[in-house]
Each structure stands twice: as structure tokens, then as C-alpha cells.
Design a binder for this molecule. Structure first.
Ligand code: ADP
Length: 461
């Protein structure tokens, strides 16, 4: 299984191996371009010293002399004009040499084998113990000029150092690997916790124990995750509350319909009483129908996010339509309605059907909660960027406590009174949703016994 843990470890190992290789190549390039030349110069100087010292030190045989030099950490190779060759110190791994080299050194030239040594990507020429990787200088031996090839015996010079570097490299790799192995657990563990948490949320358990004290991205993720689970929990609570309110709202008219229809069937009831029972049944079923319509509108509004149905709408024309449509209601209560047109062309970008419901809800509420002979005033204020519609009544007013919950679903002010009015408590929550869908705002001010004013602000087209 390709777990995150395995993935991180494999990636780190790959990075470690790759970077070691790159570092090796870069070092090699550096040696070839800069150090090789310097090394060559240094060894050339030493080679000349070796040759010169023999010329001054005539008492000692060349063999003994070169053996002594070899013991000091050099590999030497001497070739005479006749081709006779002798090696001192460690044997070379290869004695291949261009045939022109020996004659040219005997003729007095210096052979810069180290500087000219070919570049190899993975093995630093520095360590190659070959005859081609030497410095060749002429040397006088018993009146004859020979070619002397010199290179330091790197193993002797750097043997311990090489071991030291190798151990250092191996231990660095080993400990890095060990630390990655341990630290990856530390990185992966909180992610595993979060995965467990998602499973719990999916199973409906929102009470999570997450470490949110970390300051890094994982800590932030855990905090956001906890926030998300809380909001999911609230949504779930609201949903349950909503379902229980809906069933409650449906249950009470149904009980009343069942009770009255049963009474009509089973009891001897005077004709007048029968009529009363029937009208109650009719009212309750109408209430159910309104409720189901409003619930449909709410669910539509909950899912609706695009502005497909929006058109440029003549606002004042629509308000006048709503006033005419409710005429029989306000005339029945002998209410006076005042509405003054602005005289301009006030247009908003809106869904006509939805906005119609807004005016309908607010105006029918004003009619419903205003006693007979009262007054309703509708004003439209055409502003630069927005339009403000105020619907004020001289009705019963709303208490401060009710004002805070007015737009919540199923909220009804005076429960006993409004229930008999067949209100559902959904009207204003629908109104608010529609206004928000139009990027508008709805506000209420009210005074008990004096009246209420609903102010709706919408952006203009
Ligand atoms: P409904 O009118 O169906 O009960 P609404 O959501 O439209 O539901 O209204 C919620 C509550 O707000 C009402 O029950 C009522 O108490 C109060 N209310 C709304 N409009 C007015 C108003 N113009 N005057 C007084 N109270 C109001």
C-alpha cells in the first residue's frame, strides 16, 4: 500500500541519493576545473625537487634514494633511454603511457599527466593510481638522462582521511534516514487523526478531539476542520428542528380536520353547527395548502443560487399590482392605503415572481396586524444606487423580544392570536431570503400599540 508514510520516506531517500550524486559530480567538476591544475603544479615542483636532490646527493645509489622517497608517500617510475623501467613504492594500476612521452621527458620536457588526465564523471582522477596520472621530469643518473614519473601515494597520504569521510557520509545517510523515519510519523500522525475525524463526522459524530494548538498548516487544518464540524453540527440541529416544526405545523390542522370530520360523521349535529365544522375543516385544509406552498418556496430558495430569472423590473408598477390584488382585504377592514408614485422610472434587477411575494407578504402582514380603520403608508425613495421601499402601518406593533426573532422560520409573535389567524410564521423568513437573493436588506422598526415600519432596500439596475 502506498501510504503517505511510505511516500515521504521514499521521496526523502530518493532526494538523499540524488543530492549525493549531484554533489559528487559537482565536486568532480570542481576538481577538474580548478584543483587539478594546482595539484599538477605542486607535484611538478616536488618531482623537480626529487630529481635535483639526487644530483646533489651523489653518494647514494639511485635505487636507495628513490626507495626512500617512495617510503615518504610517493609512487615513482623511472624509464631509461633503452626502455628499462623500474617502479618504486606501490605498483601502478596501469602503466599505459603514450610512446612519445618517455623520449620527450628525456629530451627535457615536463610531462603534465595530472593536468591532462581525462575527466570522468564519477571517479575523481585524484585517486587514480595510473602512470598516465603522474608528473614526468628528467633526472640525471650516472651521467645518463632518464625519465622519472612521480605521483603521491594517495592511500598513504589520505588513507585515514578517506575512511573518515566514508564513515561520515555513511553515518550522515544513516542518521538522516533514521530521523526521517521518526519525524515522518510525527507529520503523518495528525493526518491520520483527521482521517479518523472525517469518518466520525460521516457517521454523525460531531464531537471531535483534535489537537488545534499546533501553529503550522496541520494545526490550521485541524482548526478549520473543527470549525467545519461545528457548523455541520449546527446545520444538522437546525435541520432536525425544522423537521420537527414542520411535522408539528402539519399535525395540528390534521388533528382538527380529523376531529371535526369524525364528529360530522358520528354525531347528530344541528345544521348550523355542521356549517361551522365544515368551515373549520376548509380553513385548516387551506392553511395546510399555504404551508406546503411556503415550504416548497423555502426549499426552492435554499437551493436557488443563480440569477437566471432576473429581469429589469418596473418596481412601482409591481407595488401597484399588489395594492390592487389585496384591495378586498384592506377595504374589508376599512384601512386607508396611501401610496405616492415617484413619477420616475424606478427599475430593479429582480425575479418578478419572487419580488411580488415580498410585497405581498409584507403588505398582507400590515393589513392582518392593523385594526379596522387603521392606516398603511407605502413610500418609495429613489436613491442613486438603490431604491428604498417603506411599508408603515398603524397596527399592533411588535415587542422588542419578537423583533429579534421575527425572520426566523415558524416564528410567530403572539402565538395564540396568530394561530387563529392561520398564519404559519414562514412569511417573513421567505421574504428575507428573497431580499438577500437580490442583494438587498430588510429592516423593521416598531412600537407596540403604535405601528411597524418595514424598510426594504434593493440595488437598482
Ligand atoms: P405569519 O404572518 O404567517 O405569522 P410572518 O413570518 O409573516 O408569519 O410573520 C411573523 C410574525 O411577525 C407574525 O406572527 C407577527 O407576530 C409579526 N408581524 C409581522 N408583520 C407584522 C406587522 N406589520 N405588525 C405587527 N406584527 C407583525
Amino acid at each position: 500500500m502506498r501510504t503517505l508514510y511510505v511516500r515521504i520516506i521514499m521521496t526523502t531517500m530518493f532526494i538523499m541519493v540524488a543530492s549525493t550524486m549531484v554533489a559528487f559530480i559537482v565536486t568532480n567538476v570542481y576538481y577538474n576545473n580548478f584543483l587539478k591544475q594546482e595539484n599538477d603544479e605542486k607535484i611538478t615542483e616536488t618531482a623537480y625537487h626529487i630529481a635535483d636532490m639526487h644530483e646533489y646527493n651523489t653518494g647514494q645509489s639511485i635505487r636507495a634514494y628513490l626507495d626512500a622517497i617512495a617510503k615518504m608517500g610517493y609512487n615513482l617510475h623511472m624509464v631509461g633511454e633503452d626502455g628499462s623501467a623500474q617502479t618504486f613504492g606501490e605498483p601502478f594500476s596501469s602503466e599505459k603511457l603514450d610512446p612519445s612521452v618517455v623520449p620527450s621527458v628525456i629530451a627535457g620536457e615536463t610531462f603534465h599527466g595530472i593536468a591532462e588526465y581525462p575527466w570522468k564523471p564519477f571517479i575523481t582522477g585524484f585517486f587514480d593510481n595510473t602512470l598516465a596520472n603522474t608528473i614526468g621530469v628528467p633526472i640525471e643518473v650516472d651521467g645518463e638522462t632518464k625519465a622519472l614519473f612521480v605521483r603521491p601515494y594517495v592511500n598513504q597520504h589520505f588513507g585515514e582521511m578517506r575512511m573518515f569521510l566514508a564513515i561520515l557520509l555513511i553515518l550522515t545517510l544513516f542518521f538522516s534516514f533514521l530521523i526521517v523515519l521518526i519525524s515522518t510519523r510525527y507529520i503523518v500522525k495528525p493526518i491520520l487523526h483527521l482521517t479518523d475525524a472525517t469518518k466520525k463526522i460521516a457517521a454523525g459524530n460531531y464531537h471531535l478531539e483534535l489537537n488545534v494548538n499546533r501553529k503550522d498548516e496541520i494545526g490550521r487544518l485541524a482548526r478549520d476542520f473543527r470549525k467545519m464540524s461545528r457548523s455541520l453540527e449546527q446545520t444538522e440541529e437546525k435541520r432536525q428542528e425544522f423537521v420537527s416544526s414542520v411535522s408539528h405545523e402539519i399535525q395540528s390542522p390534521l388533528t382538527s380536520i380529523q376531529g371535526f370530520s369524525q364528529a360530522l360523521r358520528e354525531e347528530e349535529i344541528p345544521a348550523e353547527e355542521q356549517q361551522r365544522y365544515l368551515s373549520i375543516i376548509e380553513k385548516e385544509s387551506r392553511r395546510l395548502s399555504v404551508l406546503s406552498n411556503q415550504l416548497l418556496t423555502l426549499s426552492f430558495l435554499d437551493s436557488e443560487t443563480d440569477a437566471d430569472q432576473f429581469v429589469s423590473l418596473d418596481l412601482e408598477k409591481q407595488i401597484k399590482e399588489v395594492i390592487s390584488a389585496t384591495e378586498w382585504q384592506w377595504r374589508e377592514k376599512n384601512l386607508s392605503i396611501s401610496y405616492e408614485e415617484t413619477g420616475g422610472d424606478v427599475r430593479v434587477h429582480a425575479d418578478p415572481k419572487l419580488l411580488y411575494q415580498v410585497w405581498m407578504n409584507v403588505l398582507t402582514n400590515a393589513i392582518k396586524y392593523t385594526p379596522n380603520d387603521g392606516e398603511i403608508r407605502i413610500e418609495v425613495a429613489d436613491k442613486v444606487r438603490e431604491v428604498e421601499v417603506r411599508i408603515a402601518d398603524t397596527g399592533v406593533g411588535i415587542t422588542d423580544e419578537d423583533l429579534t426573532q421575527l425572520f426566523e422560520r415558524f416564528y410567530r409573535g403572539d402565538k395564540a392570536r396568530t394561530r387563529s389567524d392561520h398564519s404559519t410564521g414562514l412569511g417573513l423568513s421567505i421574504t428575507k431570503k428573497i431580499i438577500e437573493l437580490h442583494d438587498g436588506v430588510i429592516m423593521v422598526t416598531s412600537e407596540v400599540g403604535v405601528g411597524s415600519t418595514f424598510t426594504i432596500t434593493l440595488p437598482k439596475t
